[in-house]
Design a protein. Structure first.
Length: 367
């Protein structure tokens, strides 16, 4: 069942209850649907589809059938115009458990009618309106199958409530300075107008559809495209792992930047630098392996374009790690360590002598 506590005021019209006959409620509930043509185009012919509870399935997707398959109640809506909004608003109010002030006779009848229609499916349409979208999928016999995607306002209602609950939890964690807040991201919603100037025209639940989730496009490159990127540009802007860099900064602050105080301190310093150097060597080895895997697909048959920088090229190709490269990499490494610590958070400045010492430790690690 839907969580009654998450019902938003934008879904239910809480005006004073208006009495209707029981027959009117029966007729209205029988026309409730999960998918309404009006949510796609308000000028489309009235109609829609209702999914029976028995048609629920368990799949790793969010939709009417999958929610029903997990025994989650999906609110239904009218497919008729705004002139019928009042009675459907009252039915929706009961469906969401907001029954205070509802006459007992009408309440009982509406509840029974809602339970009855959940067991029956419905396709209310004499023909597919040319105003709804249609997708043509090729068939094995050379013909096409026309698919008409129709949104479900009840699913949007569930998603909106879930997003609201997620963002509220994140807000409370951040307010309490709870460290677990870093495991969550705020979900951003857009404003997508539906129904023109009067959003009640296509249905009573469409307000939830006016706030779609904003999500980025997939950005993971294929291995081949990554190999081509490595060929042309090398490892772009190689960075220290946050964990290793944070470990180094914490240790340095504890030493008050006196990293050469005694033999034990120097040994700890060398070990921390070695871990970060190892990270870059592994990064280069992975890149080298990927380039060799797609060597035949690379331009002119060479692993690296001549425009790849000296440091980046040596990271990938160990054959280029001569004495000059080791000096350049060690200097780059020391400068990057200092630059990676933000000015406003830095407790102790890096002297040139300290950077030179760090570069020396890096070169020792490369022997």
């Amino acid at each position: 069942m839907a969580d009654k506590s998450e019902t938003s005021d934008d879904v239910v019209d809480k005006k004073e209850w208006v009495n209707h006959s029981l027959d009117d409620y029966t007729n209205a509930t029988q026309k409730l649907v999960h998918h309404s043509f009006k949510t796609v185009n308000t000028n489309a012919e009235a109609g829609g589809v209702r999914v029976a509870q028995s048609q629920g399935i368990k799949l790793p997707y969010i939709g009417v059938r999958t929610l029903l398959g997990h025994n989650i109640d999906v609110l239904m809506d009218r497919y008729e115009g705004a002139h019928t909004a009042r009675i459907y608003s009252q039915i929706s109010q009961v469906a969401q458990g907001l029954v205070e002030g509802v006459p007992l006779t009408e309440l009982g009848h509406i509840q029974r009618s809602l339970e009855q229609i959940k067991t029956t499916s419905l396709v209310q349409s004499s023909q597919i309106s040319p105003r709804v979208r249609q997708i043509l999928l090729p068939r094995a016999d050379g013909g096409y199958l026309s698919i008409t995607p129709i949104s479900a306002a009840g699913v949007s209602h569930q998603l909106k409530n879930a997003v609201f609950g997620h963002n509220q939890k994140l807000f409370e964690l951040r307010k309490a300075d709870d460290e677990t807040a870093q495991n969550f991201k705020r979900i951003t919603l857009a404003d997508f107008p539906i129904g023109g100037a009067k959003h009640v025209n296509p249905g009573g639940l469409v307000f939830s559809m006016r706030a779609p989730i904003i999500a980025g496009f997939p950005t993971t490159a294929t291995e081949r495209s990554r190999a081509l990127s490595l060929h042309h540009y090398g490892i772009r802007n190689p960075r220290f792992p946050k964990r290793l860099h944070a470990e180094y900064v914490t240790w340095r602050n504890k030493q008050k930047a006196q990293v050469d105080a005694d033999h034990g301190t120097r040994a700890e310093h060398r070990a921390l630098i070695a871990k970060m150097v190892k990270h870059f060597m592994l990064l280069g080895a992975d890149a080298f392996e990927l380039l060799n895997l797609y060597k035949n697909d690379l331009p002119v048959g060479v692993l690296l374009n001549g425009r790849v920088g000296t440091v980046e090229a040596g990271l990938i190709d160990s054959a280029r790690r001569n004495a000059s490269w080791k000096y350049d990499f060690a200097s780059w490494f020391a400068r990057r360590v200092a630059a990676s610590e933000k000015d406003e958070a830095r407790q102790f400045e890096y002297s040139q002598a300290e950077l030179n010492q760090m570069a020396g430790l890096v070169k020792d690690c490369l022997k």
